[in-house]
Ligand binder design. Structure first.
Ligand SMILES: Nc1ncnc2c1ncn2[C@@H]1O[C@H](COP(=O)(O)OP(=O)(O)OP(=O)(O)O)[C@@H](O)[C@H]1O
Ligand SMILES: O=P(O)(O)OC[C@@]1(O)O[C@H](CO)[C@@H](O)[C@@H]1O
Length: 328
């Protein structure tokens, strides 16, 4: 079973524009779609689509549309009731796949609510193989929340085997995930190129490259990811947009690329990549094959509209090319 925590879930509204986004103009939408979102929620949705057992842990009132969407999609969840509605995030998609995203801050989570959310997660995580801590943190939540949750998960009695912990976030919460003691550091991090630059810096390694340069230079991305692994993280799955992804562990580094796809909406592509990785990992696949499924899932997600996540049968792992890389 794979448990996800989304501290700041959202109702994702995707507005399709007829042409390029025109700042300061009135534009008519071609279509609008609405999905329950937030990074952990998307991972759970992708796992359900492929028949895996998962629970999405999140804040949200009984009647919140995000929870209604999860019920409709038959995604199992455990929600902590809060007094305020969850946020709505808007994605404006242009023909050709360019996406502009506007994410709200989300409702404040009080200290008591944070503690109750951790309690709910710990309860749900008994017997889990992986726990995914994903997305931004809502107002009121300290940046080291994921490190705290990781420590709490590792300190509880899991019986036979403790779950592995994956973190996918950005900014301060991501940097804080590698800044504490060994107990608070995750088994897997899933940065994109921009987040990899920030993470490497937090690990004391200056890449001297922009996110765009790292996407175009997977060897450099692997060197940056290796610096993060040396700081005490089990593995780094760095997604590089249309250029695929690199995986770095203590034992090796690999690049995976997929033939070009027609990108429709890249929202949730990174979450789908993580779901693909976890799916293969749950089936006992070797690291390079977990990476293969991650990129197959990411490419399929990019070719689907809105925050739609693919099922494994919609992915083409055989089309993915794996290359071993040096990491130092
Ligand atoms: N334009 C694209 N064409 C083909 N595949 C893509 C494209 N964009 C993304 N992907 C696939 O999706 C994966 C994740 O993309 P990306 O690195 O943009 O993640 P991300 O920024 O975390 O995404 P998000 O936060 O929107 O979920 C890539 O590794 C790749 O497999
Ligand atoms: O504001 P955050 O938490 O960083 O990201 C939230 C979000 O952009 O992430 C998902 C795509 O990865 C969307 O479902 C959601 O709207």
């Amino acid at each position: 079973m794979i448990v996800t925590l989304t501290a700041n879930p959202s109702l994702d509204r995707t507005v399709a524009l007829p042409g390029p986004l025109l700042r300061g103009e009135v534009q008519r939408a071609v279509s609008v779609r609405q999905e329950s979102g937030g990074k952990g929620v998307n991972v759970s949705r992708a796992l359900v689509a492929s028949g895996l057992t998962t629970v999405a842990v999140l804040p949200g009132a009984e009647a919140d549309p995000v929870l209604a969407g999860l019920r409709e999609g038959e995604v199992p969840f455990a929600a902590l009731p809060i007094g305020e509605p969850l946020r709505s995030n808007v994605a404006l998609t242009e023909p050709g796949g360019v996406t502009t995203k506007i994410n709200e801050p989300g409702p404040v989570l009080s200290e008591d609510q944070q503690e109750a959310l951790i309690g709910l997660l710990l309860d749900q995580s008994r017997g889990a193989s992986w726990v995914v801590l994903a997305g931004s943190l809502p107002p009121g939540v300290p940046a080291d929340f994921y490190a705290t949750v990781t420590r709490r998960l590792r300190s509880m009695d899991h019986g036979s085997e403790a779950p592995l912990i994956a973190v996918d976030s950005s900014g301060e919460p991501l940097a804080a995930a590698i800044s504490g003691d060994a107990l608070g550091k995750p088994d897997l991090l899933k940065p994109n190129a921009e987040e990899l630059v920030e993470l490497a810096a937090a690990a004391g390694f200056a890449t001297h490259k922009s996110a765009e340069e790292l996407e175009a230079d997977p060897e450099a991305a692997a060197v940056a990811a290796a610096a993060v692994v040396r700081s005490g993280v089990g593995a780094v799955l760095a997604t590089l947009g249309s250029k695929g992804a690199v995986l770095v562990t203590a034992d090796g580094a690999w690049l995976a690329t997929h033939p070009p796809v027609t990108a429709v909406s890249t929202v949730g592509a990174g979450d789908s990549s993580l779901a693909g990785y976890l799916l293969a990992s749950s089936q006992g696949a070797a690291p390079a094959d977990c990476l293969r499924q991650a990129v197959a899932h990411g490419a399929a997600a990019a070719s689907l509209p809105g925050s739609t996540v693919p099922a494994v049968h919609q992915t083409t792992p055989d089309a993915v090319t794996i290359t071993a890389l040096r990491k130092d």
